[in-house]
Design a protein around this ligand. Sequence first.
Ligand code: UDP
Length: 255
Amino acid sequence: MARRKQVYEGKAKVLFEGPEPGTLVQYFKDDATAFNNKKKGTITGKGVLNNRISEYLMTKLEEIGIPTHFVRRLNMREQLVKEVEIIPVEVVVRNIAAGSISKRFAIPEGTRLPRSIIEYYYKSDQLDDPMVSEEHITGFGWAAIHEIDEMLNMSLRINDYLAGLFLGIGIRLVDFKVEFGRLFHENGDVQVVLADELSPDNMRLWDSKTNEKMDKDRFRRDLGQIEEAYQEVARRLGILPESGPTDPKGPSTLQ
Ligand code: UDP
């Protein structure tokens, strides 16, 4: 495929112009960063796995009626997505205390939260993604009230669906981060859709029997066997990349 014009380079992905107007090609790198870029590394094969995992999860979410930017996977590291205007708010959903919430409120990691908790963070590397409230989001004009409602409702549905999906393959969905974008339709409608990616880079996934971490915490905390953990997530989902980029069947589910 001819090299396309790069429109954006992030920490784990690159966006290229897509083949048609209104589309982009999302390329998954093996680069890993943590602690706002202070820790950098490479996880061999991560991009290939995240491309597949994100394809699988976004496709499943579309099936239950969550609109997403995902169109189709193009090859091992690239997927075609709809061009959206990213809303600069990261939505974090937590089921079990871990990471920053454990630190902030001195809750031991692994404590089940009384109910799923939603947090918003302003997407800004310079500011280290500060936590914000709805007041900040509307006051500073990052999103309108109805858009926050849509992001909140979709995030809770995503959580319910994914928590069940992962539990079925012996994995606990501890927490995750999602991003949304505005999709501008030709008739003038503006729709809030799930964007970015859904992968072990932005979720905490623990083996439900052993509590072993199967996500980016293995990189953040130098636990080793990072690629193996991502591969195990893909294996349990039934979507190992070995089936290849031209596999006509696409992802299949393990019995
Ligand atoms: N997360 C993310 N990107 C960020 C911050 C957090 O994908 O910039 C994800 C992270 O992987 C975890 C969840 O959001 O699944 C909650 O992260 P937390 O606030 O505990 O922050 P961390 O411990 O990662 O600094």
